[in-house]
Ligand binder design. Structure first.
Ligand SMILES: Cc1cc2nc3c(=O)[nH]c(=O)nc-3n(C[C@H](O)[C@H](O)[C@H](O)COP(=O)(O)OP(=O)(O)OC[C@H]3O[C@@H](n4cnc5c(N)ncnc54)[C@H](O)[C@@H]3O)c2cc1C
Length: 518
């Protein structure tokens, strides 16, 4: 049987895989020449105190021991099988489609945006401050919001599905094997598009259908059962409908509400994106003036309770870029991404505070369950009005934001469309500005130097999670009043992040098999 040996090494030693294999063999009492395979199965960085250490677990297989099989998935031909409509090609929609194929169903996947390559071109235009295509941007298009992202793959919802299988499916479609053993795996925006294209190819090779530039604009419901959807004048029918439209598709919530399909308001979070020089974050986290060549760009996670309200960092992107993630020209919305090497000069993170249903209760009478969506839109529009032309975003130095004064200049930034100085606290709801200001000040006590003249806050980080839940029955996972309608992923309120959306998509496909089977 193979043996797993855990070593605690310096970053430099841990980068030498031959050294790791020899040390592990020695520790296991096996001669190095008798080791047929030594592979890393876990790696994490311990930066709690200086010097930084790396914990690395090596699995040793001796000669004549069975070695692990290569990762492989079989997708049967489903060209003539029962059809299921899947709306949205984000992680939830794609993984629902893959699982439907495994279960013998034919997904008909409808995506409002474009394929990876033309989408990439539209995104380049957004970064050059050209017009935003409302169907092709950072949120909409092949792979959904996950394609041009950091591609962090960790999740708190591992128990909701087969986490390892999801990672293996990504490796099967072209992700590096490292994601299987890193404590905080990520793919990077330079590698994600190819993986998404490969997944799309698997779906169509198996006989599934993917239609891009197909925005669903209505639902066909007869006697409490959904039979299909409308794309313009066309009707597309299926045995069930997976609704995986993500949380930026505000129009879908309006369509559901218009059609009398029940929705619920829910708490969410909003705030700003904060950007520091990566060198500063490295020096704070690694207790070193320079991180050197063997440590990755440092990350952080911060959380505190301010006046009974959670304030926390969200989707931190070491060595990354702030990106314009709005879906139409009336909004200023920012998010973050990084390449696989995480080698930009900046570290950015969402810095958000809880938004409770009571915070937008004043909008409830007029907008019902969409009140949170309106509250979110108001903040996004206020940020737009206080920004510059097109995607130029409002920003303030962190030290000025905490002190409550305007910034007379702004430092260099990774945000390509550009920034303009604005007092964010002047146009944000007062409770948000206060919670964020106190939260950021408190983080400086955990990470000395976090509040600095060299860092900025940029407006606004408003799409952390959805303000609207599409309800589903806890046993059947269907909408309680519309048979055959399976809401999933982040837009439905059941996931937050790439992996949790993918796991929820798989779960929904399993539920559909039970529904159709019955
Ligand atoms: C810049 C950025 C960076 C991110 N970084 C990370 C990260 O590092 N790690 C992480 O875990 N998460 C990250 N996220 C969040 C992550 O991308 C989402 O949590 C995840 O993509 C949600 O998956 P989903 O399938 O539920 O929805 P989405 O990915 O939002 O996909 C929804 C899809 O539905 C389509 N659609 C919408 N309306 C319609 C319609 N009417 N008809 C047809 N199609 C429609 C959209 O075009 C879209 O492709 C990031 C997000 C952004 C924007």
């Amino acid at each position: 049987m193979s043996k797993i040996i855990t070593l605690t090494l310096s970053p430099r030693e841990s980068a030498d895989l031959e050294l790791c294999a020899s040390l592990a063999a020695q520790r296991a009492g096996v001669r190095r020449e008798d080791v047929a395979l030594a592979r890393v199965v876990k790696r994490s960085i311990d930066a709690r105190r200086a010097p930084v250490k790396v914990n690395i677990s090596i699995e040793i297989f001796e000669d004549n021991e069975p070695q692990p099989a290569p990762i492989h998935f079989d997708y049967p031909d489903v060209s003539h099988s029962t059809e299921v409509v899947v709306v949205g090609s984000g992680p939830a929609g794609l993984f629902a489609a893959l699982r439907l194929i495994e279960l013998g169903y034919r997904p008909i996947l409808l995506e409002r945006g474009k394929e990876v390559l033309p989408r990439k071109q539209d995104i380049a235009l957004i970064n050059r401050n050209q017009d935003i295509d409302p169907d092709s941007n950072y949120a909409f298009g092949a792979g959904g919001a996950g394609t041009f992202s950091d591609g962090k793959l960790f999740t708190r919802s591992k128990k909701r599905g087969d986490y390892n299988k999801a990672l293996q499916a990504l490796v099967f479609h072209g992700a590096a094997e490292e994601i299987l053993y890193e404590a905080h795996p990520h793919i990077g925006t330079d590698r994600l598009p190819r993986i998404i294209s490969n997944i799309c190819k698997t779906i169509t090779d198996a006989g599934g259908v993917i239609r891009f530039s197909s925005r669903v604009s209505g639902f066909i419901v007869r006697e409490g059962r959904i039979c299909g959807v409308e794309v313009g004048d066309e009707r597309i029918e299926g045995a069930a409908v997976v609704l995986a439209t993500g949380h930026s598709a505000k129009d879908i919530y309006h369509t559901l509400h218009r059609d009398g399909i029940r929705l619920e308001a829910k708490a969410f979070a909003m705030g700003v994106r904060i950007e520091h020089p990566q060198r500063l974050i490295d020096s704070i986290q690694y207790h070193l003036p320079e991180r050197g060549e063997y440590l990755p760009a440092a990350a952080y996670t911060l959380v505190n309770q301010i006046e009974g309200r959670g304030v926390y960092s969200f989707c931190m992107c070491p060595g990354g870029f702030i990106v314009p993630a709005m879906t139409d020209a009336r909004q200023s919305v920012v998010n973050g991404m990084s390449p696989s090497q995480r080698n930009s000069r900046w570290a950015n993170s969402g810095l958000v505070t809880e938004i409770r249903v009571e915070d937008f209760a004043h909008l409830e009478e007029q907008y019902g369950p969409l009140a949170g969506l309106v509250f979110q839109q108001q903040l996004e529009e206020a940020a737009r009005l206080n920004g510059g032309d097109r995607q130029i975003a409002p920003a303030q130095r962190v030290s000025d934001f905490v002190a409550g004064r305007a910034s007379t200049s702004l430092p260099s930034t990774s945000y390509l469309p550009g920034l303009c100085s604005s007092r964010l606290d002047r146009w944000m709801p007062a409770f948000m500005a206060s919670a964020l200001r106190k939260g950021i000040a408190s983080f400086d006590r955990k990470m000395r130097g976090y509040v600095t003249h060299d860092a900025i806050v940029v407006g606004v980080e408003s799409r952390t999670s959805t303000p609207v839940r599409i309800p589903r029955d806890k046993d059947t996972l269907m909408h309680p009043e519309v048979k055959g309608l399976f809401p999933t992923g982040e837009g439905a309120g059941y996931a937050g992040g790439i992996i949790s959306a993918a796991l929820d998509g798989e779960r929904i496909a399993n539920a559909i098999a039970e529904y159709i089977g019955k």
